[in-house]
Design a protein around this ligand. Structure first.
Ligand SMILES: Nc1ncnc2c1ncn2[C@@H]1O[C@H](COP(=O)(O)OP(=O)(O)O)[C@@H](O)[C@H]1O
Ligand SMILES: [Mg+2]
Length: 120
């Protein structure tokens, strides 16, 4: 289904944790979130690139929680959508996530992924 949302010049990669914890969530809403992030990622890739959907068990520490309003420390399940496209424009970035929280990785991580503090 996601494949149909993106173009042929974009590779879709999934990195999943086989021992992923379980969460109580509305499957339809999570699907919608992933679709929205993938569409944003697709639009950010101008000519060829890769979108990665990743899940992992992560632990949020106090520092991370301080940077992310609404987050609580402890064990969480991370859902991250990253892309090799252009960065979020600097005038938009403050509204999407805290700049200092951008993980030090070669690709951009956004949306729900902004909560991945300890996984970067
Ligand atoms: N993956 C991304 N890469 C680069 N910029 C992004 C990404 N996701 C969002 N943005 C930027 O954030 C803006 C707001 O995104 P969004 O709230 O989904 O609204 P829309 O996609 O309708 O513009 C986008 O217009 C784009 O400039
Ligand atoms: Mg969008």
């Amino acid at each position: 289904m996601l494949r149909r949302l993106i173009r042929e010049d974009i590779e879709l990669e999934t990195v999943t944790d086989a021992k992923l914890g379980t969460v109580k969530a509305d499957a339809g809403q999570i699907e919608q979130v992933v679709m929205n992030l993938v569409v944003n990622a697709r639009d950010a890739i101008k000519a060829g690139g890769r979108i990665t959907i990743e899940t992992a068990n992560v632990t949020l520490d106090e520092d991370c929680v301080r940077e992310h309003g609404g987050a609580r420390p402890g064990a969480h399940v991370m859902l991250a959508v990253s892309d090799t496209g252009e960065r979020i424009p600097s005038d938009v970035l403050p509204y999407s996530l805290n700049r200092s929280s951008l993980p030090k990785r070669s690709v951009e991580v956004r949306g729900l992924a902004s909560r991945r503090c300890t996984a970067s």
